[in-house]
Write a protein that binds this ligand. Structure first.
Ligand SMILES: Cc1cc2nc3c(=O)[nH]c(=O)nc-3n(C[C@H](O)[C@H](O)[C@H](O)COP(=O)(O)OP(=O)(O)OC[C@H]3O[C@@H](n4cnc5c(N)ncnc54)[C@H](O)[C@@H]3O)c2cc1C
Length: 305
């Protein structure tokens, strides 16, 4: 039975702040995708939890959205309710920092440096939120969030608020129990990271250097979703794409970056279908040339994906 019953639509329309047929493309770094049937932007954890609980009880599909930096949203949009998580509070307590899931990793990296703490500089390379980073163990320059994570407060619709230790989240390379396991559909509310005392100015200098290096090697200022593919064991997806002669390959306005082979750039007006076709073409060519199965790191969501 469809979730679009009269009472479900009435419940959704009565949610404070609800928008209908809300465009999502501008809420993703790719700038691609159709609308959400229903859309909410919420900061208070209790309000997010209430919306998710109500959706579960009524059989309404929902999708959590952070900064939209690892998503390819379908051209026909997203069914049900999309909740953009924007709780951005933080507390520094000695060498521990607790951050709301909606806080950007880059912002948290600066907060940590301002508190003269070290060990979070890698996060300056991750444009997503804390919640999105926990969801798939985001990392950069050889370090991942799980290495500094000590506790996560979460919410599982039907089961309520939970406290998770890193082991409970079954982290793997760009995945966790939230992405591919028993906690699918759960919400990250806050994450607490353990850092070490150090010189905040040195941390800032390191972040400036890392950012400069990255700007020279990756098309950071374009519309993209970061790495399109996971790196295969012992190799790099970017190297394989380049070796297959696929830099500059194009489908509509979606192009494999000429700067870095593991990026697809939306030159303006690319559709999700364009990007999907290009991804499939790259996967097929890399398989044909080198026998390697590339696996997408970008998550494809929405109708028909
Ligand atoms: C230029 C660029 C560079 C990048 N570089 C890196 C990099 O170096 N390393 C790296 O790891 N990634 C990188 N990324 C990818 C991206 O920033 C990360 O994957 C990030 O963790 C995604 O977070 P987000 O908030 O944007 O999540 P979104 O893209 O909004 O969502 C991704 C998934 O996370 C889920 N999610 C979001 N918030 C929550 C929450 N509160 N609770 C539960 N689930 C949630 C969503 O439902 C969705 O399934 C890059 C992206 C870009 C555009």
């Amino acid at each position: 039975m469809s979730w679009r019953t009269r009472s479900n639509l009435a419940w959704l329309r009565a949610l404070p702040g609800i928008a209908e047929d809300e465009p999502l493309a501008s809420r993703t770094s790719f700038g691609i995708g159709g609308p959400a049937d229903f859309f909410l932007e919420l900061g208070r954890p209790e309000a997010i939890e209430k919306a998710l609980e109500g959706s579960r009880e009524r059989g309404i599909p929902y999708l959590l959205l952070g900064a939209g930096t690892n998503l390819l949203i379908a051209d026909r949009g997203v069914e049900g309710l999309v909740v953009r998580v924007v709780n951005r509070e933080h507390q520094v307590d000695g060498t521990r920092v607790r951050a709301g899931a909606g806080l950007k990793m880059m912002r948290l990296a600066r907060i940590v440096a301002d508190a003269n703490l070290r060990g979070f500089e890698f996060a300056i390379g991750v444009p997503g939120t804390v919640g999105g980073a926990v969801y798939q163990d985001a990392g950069c320059w050889g370090k991942e969030i799980r290495e500094v994570l000590v506790e996560v407060e979460g919410y599982v619709p039907g089961r309520g608020v939970q406290q998770w230790k890193p082991n409970d989240l079954h982290f793997g390379y760009r995945t966790s129990a939230l992405r591919e396991g028993p906690l699918q559909g759960a919400l990250v509310v806050t994450a607490t990271v353990q850092l070490t005392r150090g010189d905040g100015e040195e941390a800032k200098q390191l972040m400036t250097r890392l950012t400069r290096e990255r700007n020279e090697t990756q098309p950071i200022k374009t519309k993209n979703c970061g790495s399109v593919f996971k790196n295969p064991k012992g190799d790099s997806a970017g190297r394989l794409v380049q070796a297959a002669g696929l830099k500059g390959a194009r489908q509509g306005a979606a192009v494999v970056s000429t700067l870095h082979g593991n990026f697809i750039v939306n030159e303006g007006g690319a559709t999700a279908a364009d990007v999907r076709k290009l991804i499939e073409h790259v996967m097929a060519e890399v398989k044909r040339r080198f026998g390697v199965d590339l696996e997408p790191e970008v998550e494809m969501v929405g109708r028909g994906q």
